[in-house]
Design a binder for this molecule. Structure first.
Ligand SMILES: Nc1ncnc2c1ncn2[C@@H]1O[C@H](COP(=O)(O)OP(=O)(O)OP(=O)(O)O)[C@@H](O)[C@H]1O
Ligand SMILES: [Mg+2]
Length: 301
């Protein structure tokens, strides 16, 4: 598989404190890569290192098949569109005037600009001043600026931040259209629900470390749902198991967190030995949000 972004042990320290640590990012060509993590987990810092806006403390970044460094930066940035932290644009100028500045800087044709503006569905608003834009319009203008150069890779840092549900859905649709058109997209969020259905692949950061990277299905199987045991004497069963397994009693069902199949079998055998009739054992159903919370240990999501 060819990767549009690949990092090896990418690390950023401020003083002695690592804010991004040993990241091995792998973004396959054509993916919408959802880069998730609670506030302060290191998403923006990582994206800035991918773009060489800040220098890694250690580790290696490869983008579009080349190492990203001071020598290659200019050439590579010509193929990457990005929107990092707040949306760009001069507030006192109109959308159109802002796009003109970008076009002149990058040597883009009117056709490129028009195409980008149409893609984000901003044609009707381009004669308004940016300071009169809603947040969603600002984000979309920022994305149009990133898109106008027809990038092979688009890096968007929290493009849905502060948007209402309709605005979020608009961005989601846009990301899907872009991916269908062959652009690889990396998009960050601290809210799983905002990009979960759009992303073909997920990377989850917690305190600067990648705690999961893979598909949604792989995410579900990586996290072990609780085992629910239905038995004749749930209180007694719970009192026998609580100390060792941290069980909870949940509507007369004994809930056992985070155990594998073998341990589950051992627990059931133990209850039977105690002459407690076990008549139901199953895994709890988990939402993706639950899995995320489990993996990030309840980080502020
Ligand atoms: N220039 C800096 N100097 C010192 N610490 C920094 C600097 N930039 C970021 N940090 C710290 O690095 C950590 C990660 O920050 P970063 O902005 O990458 O997180 P994030 O995942 O993008 O968070 P958010 O969801 O709030 O945007 C934070 O604890 C932040 O305070
Ligand atoms: Mg950030």
């Amino acid at each position: 598989m060819s990767f549009v972004v690949a990092t090896e042990k990418l690390t950023k320290k401020y003083g002695d404190h690592p804010v991004v640590q040993d990241l091995d990012l792998r973004i396959p060509e054509g993916a919408v890569y959802g880069f998730l993590g609670p506030n302060g987990s290191g998403k923006s810092t990582t994206m800035k290192m991918l773009l060489n806006l800040i220098r890694p403390s250690s580790g290696h970044v490869e983008v579009l098949g080349k190492p990203m460094n001071r020598g290659t930066r200019r050439e590579l940035l010509g193929k990457i569109g990005s929107l990092i932290e707040s949306p760009p644009g001069y507030a006192h100028l109109t959308g159109r005037e802002n796009m003109k500045i970008v076009a002149r800087l990058l040597g883009l044709t009117d056709q490129h600009v028009d195409h980008a503006v149409r893609t984000v569905r901003m044609e009707r608003h381009m004669d308004k001043k940016v300071r009169e834009f809603s947040l969603g319009m600002k984000q979309r203008l920022g994305i149009a600026m990133a898109l106008a150069r027809r990038p092979e890779l688009l890096i968007l840092d929290e493009p849905t931040n502060g948007l209402d549900p309709a605005g979020i859905e608009e961005i989601r649709g846009l990301l899907r259209r872009l991916a269908d058109g062959g652009v690889t997209v990396m998009v960050s969020s601290h809210l799983l629900g905002e990009i979960d259905k759009t992303a073909t692949m997920l990377g989850i950061l917690s305190e600067g470390r990648m705690i999961f990277q893979g598909s949604r299905d792989q995410l579900f199987s990586a996290a072990r749902p609780d085992v629910l045991i239905e038995c004749a004497e749930p209180r007694h069963a719970h009192s026998l198991l609580a100390r060792e397994y941290g069980t909870r009693l949940d509507n007369a069902v004994v809930r056992v967190p985070g155990v594998d199949d073998r341990t589950t079998a051992g627990i059931v055998a133990g209850l039977v030995r105690e002459r407690i009739g076990v008549y139901g054992v199953r895994r709890d159903e988990q939402s993706l949000e639950d899995v995320f919370m489990t993996l990030t240990a309840g980080g502020s999501l």
